[in-house]
Design a protein around this ligand. Sequence first.
Ligand SMILES: Cc1cc2nc3c(=O)[nH]c(=O)nc-3n(C[C@H](O)[C@H](O)[C@H](O)COP(=O)(O)OP(=O)(O)OC[C@H]3O[C@@H](n4cnc5c(N)ncnc54)[C@H](O)[C@@H]3O)c2cc1C
Length: 443
Amino acid sequence: MSCKSDADLSRLSIGLSNHELCTRCGTCTGACPTNAISVGEDRYPELDAVKCIDCGLCKTACPGDVVDFTALAHHTYGERKAPQDFDGNVIARYVAYARDERIRQGGAGGGVVTALLWDQLKHGDVEGCLGARMNPSRPWEGEYFIARTYEELLASQGSKYTIIPLNAVLAEIRELDGPFGYAALPCQIHGYRNLERVDEVLAPKIYAVVGLFCGGALEPSLVTDLVESKGISPSELRDFQFRGGDWPGKMRAILKSGEVRDLHYSNYKDGAYNYFTALYMPKRCQTCIDGSAYYSDVSVGDAWTRDKAGNYAYPRHSRLLVRTDKGHDIVKRAAERGTLAIKDVTTDPNYQTHKLHTKRKGIVAPIRVERYKAAKRPAPEYDVPIPEVTTREKVVERLVTGMLDLAKIRRVRVTILRLVTSKLAIPLIRFRQFVKKRKYRGR
Ligand SMILES: Cc1cc2nc3c(=O)[nH]c(=O)nc-3n(C[C@H](O)[C@H](O)[C@H](O)COP(=O)(O)OP(=O)(O)OC[C@H]3O[C@@H](n4cnc5c(N)ncnc54)[C@H](O)[C@@H]3O)c2cc1C
């Protein structure tokens, strides 16, 4: 338990004093040399003040209240410029998929992240890979772990759209030989890179940084709310999948009885994630402006691009943004060794994707940050200017934030959750799909 004064707390990571600014990335837990910071309730850090030696490492590494984009850019790819657009610093663009069918089938997209990690593990480049999975004995909770075998890597596959303080595992690998494969969300990478700059023991332990695109994680309570709203007790769960079944997947409960229950209609993107982000997105994710993991060696996201008929052009693929020479090496090597199938889309003028994501991260979140700052509400410090915005965009931000604030009331949140996952939502989903398809048709 924390029993430090306010002055002492100001020298520690922000999650110990202000939950609204905490990304729950686990970096402070992973950074602490005396194991004084553990992962506590709802995945927020907790301090054992007796063990704390006031070294300040958790504060230095914390990506919660300050993100110095210029310093991170300089450290990652030698540029003194913060990223200028959604994609950021990119040297090559690919769409890709895992050649191993089990890896491709189990992936959120094309299984590319796991294929990259498996390629490193299989060829002895790394000793293990840091991963996220649903806890085998409490499948409604996500957890971090070290995967050392093919089967363990498969268990880490698929996106878990929930808070998992992955970087807490960095404390463990400091004691091991390494190096380790690492795939992480933007905030986790901000924390890791901050630490890598100052921690000489840790730096050589990570082989390469694979970034995940991120539109925002969801509060851990989503899983229990969702299954309970369908009359399933969490204790009946053997597994919970955020994107189970055929691409692009659905949220599904796998019961101990062997029954597999779909938890909503349509696919996860049209019928679940996009609605749930308006109900369960944590405060700190609402003010995050990095949607493509700017400081990775290579970033991976969904390949949502559409063809001229409005259909997905690359189903069961992932989109890759290569940012560094090291990132290019691991991608090209995985392709040469037959682990990954890649198609270069660097100069393809039709390769467009992530419009909504770009708006959320590039316009809505920066407006929110500025507005919170003006109202003296907690907001992270970024060293990038706010873009020019229209009145319409300001209104949209107010409406979205109003919805998110309203959804903090559990009864409201659960009522809307029931509605958007019921049959009543089918017309809404169909309408959304129709509008989106039409937008792309005949581009
Ligand atoms: C919270 C979250 C939000 C995302 N939002 C978007 C988005 O808006 N747009 C988009 O294009 N892509 C988003 N992604 C990324 C996307 O869902 C896929 O993870 C990505 O395309 C890689 O797919 P894959 O098949 O190549 O990876 P896979 O082979 O399925 O591997 C997935 C990897 O992700 C790791 N992982 C899963 N969940 C977590 C977690 N919570 N924290 C840390 N690591 C995790 C696993 O350990 C594994 O290494 C998000 C991912 C997450 C976890």
